[in-house]
Design a protein around this ligand. Structure first.
Ligand SMILES: [Zn+2]
Length: 313
């Protein structure tokens, strides 16, 4: 019986929806909180290789989404934010060795003003031979904290400088710090990007919103076998939509598949709690004071099938 159960659950866990991962620095021990050592990176690459995951260019996944086609569940795309120098000096060689494509997102001000720790335009142009280079804002401010007009100015400046230096228009955007809300997303959608990437745990399937692509962050030594299990739970969030003005999270209300009977909700610093689902509606009164500047709320059916929302003060 035990074995039968195992057999039943195993395929679900092995391949379920495509995954997009995000890295920051490589073999740069001065910055542990954003670093991936080359030893660790090699371990992850070996895992993809030996478990039949296919590392594809991010654009290949986006094209499937645009065409409303099924996305192979063993596809993995790798992205890197900020364009730190350590990708150029350390990380890139391993990507080349494995022939793994990548998408690198540029913090334009840092590159343009030659901040020491970041890649130069020339290094980015050379790196373009092996992967795609895209946009990660001009000033790397949390867009949630900017007025509409400042989001527009920052993005416009980033687009122009990027095109002038790289010789083509960026078509994909990743949010600084992965921070956004509906307002920020709508402002960004006014530009010509084909896709926008966040930094929430989850996966990509043919129903995913191309302007809200989940990316799983890989930092430090991770259990890649665990990380790759994350799947997106399809949730229509009704409440909350954004950080409440008085800092009190009154309730969570959302729509999920009516077949779901039980779920868990998560609030930063409070942890998980069980919640009943009535005909696809989750509704729970909380009246909890949000304790952090950056709070996460989430709905999950099991630990790995999840929908996240950020509430940023
Ligand atoms: Zn960044």
């Amino acid at each position: 019986m035990k074995y039968l159960l195992l057999l039943y659950f195993l395929p679900l866990y092995l391949f379920a929806d495509a995954k997009v991962f995000v890295y920051h620095r490589f073999d740069d021990s001065k910055h542990q909180s954003t670093n991936t050592s080359l030893k660790e990176l090699k371990k992850q690459f070996e895992y993809f290789k030996t478990n039949n995951y296919e590392v594809v260019p991010l654009e290949k996944i986006l094209t499937k989404l645009q065409n409303n086609e099924e996305i192979p569940s063993n596809w993995v795309a790798l992205t890197i934010d900020d364009a730190y120098k350590s990708f150029y000096t350390n990380g890139l060689k391993l990507f080349k060795e494995y022939g793994y494509p990548f998408t690198l997102f540029v913090y334009v001000e840092a590159t343009n003003d030659k901040y020491g720790d970041f890649m130069t335009w020339d290094e980015l142009k050379e790196t373009k031979k092996y992967g795609d280079i895209e946009l990660h804002s001009y000033s790397h401010k949390s867009l949630v904290k900017l007025l509409d007009e400042d989001i527009e100015k920052d993005t416009q400046k980033a687009i122009e400088l990027f095109e002038k230096n790289m010789g083509y228009k960026a078509k994909i955007y990743s949010y600084p710090y992965g921070e956004y809300d509906d307002r920020v997303k709508n402002r960004l959608k006014e530009f010509d990007f084909i896709s926008i990437l966040n930094q929430n745990n989850g996966s990509i399937n043919s129903k995913s919103d191309i302007f809200d692509i989940n990316r799983i962050a890989l930092v430090g030594n991770v259990n890649i076998e665990e990380k790759i299990k994350y799947n997106s739970l399809e949730v229509e969030w009704i409440e909350p939509k954004e950080y409440p003005k008085d800092g009190i999270l009154k309730s969570i209300k959302a729509k999920v598949d009516p077949k779901i009977e039980k779920a868990k909700v998560f609030v930063s610093t409070y942890g998980w709690q069980d919640v009943k689902v009535n005909n696809g509606i989750i509704e729970i009164q909380l009246n909890k004071k949000l304790n952090l500047a950056r709070n996460r709320v989430a709905i999950s059916t099991d630990y790995y099938t999840i929908s996240n929302k950020l509430l940023i003060k």
